[in-house]
Design a protein around this ligand. Structure first.
Ligand code: HEC
Length: 174
């Protein structure tokens, strides 16, 4: 659960999410209890009081808000350290492995480095995010939520791509 990023959700957006959850039809199902292999971070930080709205628009700041608190792109695309995603030093560097029925997928480096997105056009990046298709036509692996991301407005997508272009370049780790 990407607490690191969800802490940054604006009061307005958080209230909208809660309102939506209240409308999800009730289902009687016990999903069981989680079992943790790692010690949870001692704290996810002090309680969040209030977060102001981030003005919408094709800006780096709004792109950062969408790629972080809203769509949690950066949770998957930042390597995991003992205290959670290493956002202070490695944001967007990729490398986290996802094991699932599909096998193993590895989160890509999505910084502005040549190991990341430097070689792609904006249109190619947009197609990878919303269609899960690489420029050579090959399909991309789960668990990136391509189907949900396809519902983004063109303006929101442009803001995210602008933000990614502005991420400090980091080579692949190792
Ligand atoms: C649940 C985890 C997850 C989330 C959330 C996620 N991604 Fe990904 N992403 C991945 C994985 C895993 C891959 C590699 C897929 C593959 O290898 O086929 C990937 C691949 C990519 C690529 C392809 C880059 C390349 O060079 O291969 C881009 C661009 C990208 N993601 C951007 C985003 C953006 C922007 C968001 C948010 C709007 C996002 N991702 C959300 C897991 C995620």
């Amino acid at each position: 659960m990407p607490f690191t990023f969800y802490r940054g959700l604006s009061d307005t957006d958080l209230a909208a999410i809660v309102a939506y959850l209240r409308t999800v039809p009730a289902v009687d199902h016990d999903p069981g209890q989680s079992a943790y292999n790692i010690p949870l971070p001692p704290a996810y930080g002090p309680p969040v009081d209030s977060v102001a709205d981030i003005p919408a628009g094709v800006t780096v700041e709004y792109g950062e808000y969408l790629a972080g608190p809203v769509a949690h792109c950066m949770e998957c695309h930042t390597p995991m350290g003992p205290m959670g995603p290493m956002v202070d030093t490695d944001v967007g560097r990729g490398g986290f492995e996802f094991h699932g029925p599909w096998g193993i997928s590895v989160a890509s480096n999505i910084t502005s480095h040549e190991d990341g997105l430097a070689g792609y056009s904006d249109a190619e990046i947009a197609a990878m995010i919303t269609q899960g298709v690489r420029p050579d036509g090959s399909p991309m692996f789960p668990p990136m939520p391509y189907g949900f991301l396809a519902n983004m407005t063109n303006e929101d997508l442009a803001a995210i791509i602008l933000y990614l272009r502005n991420l400090p370049p980091l080579p692949d780790a190792g």
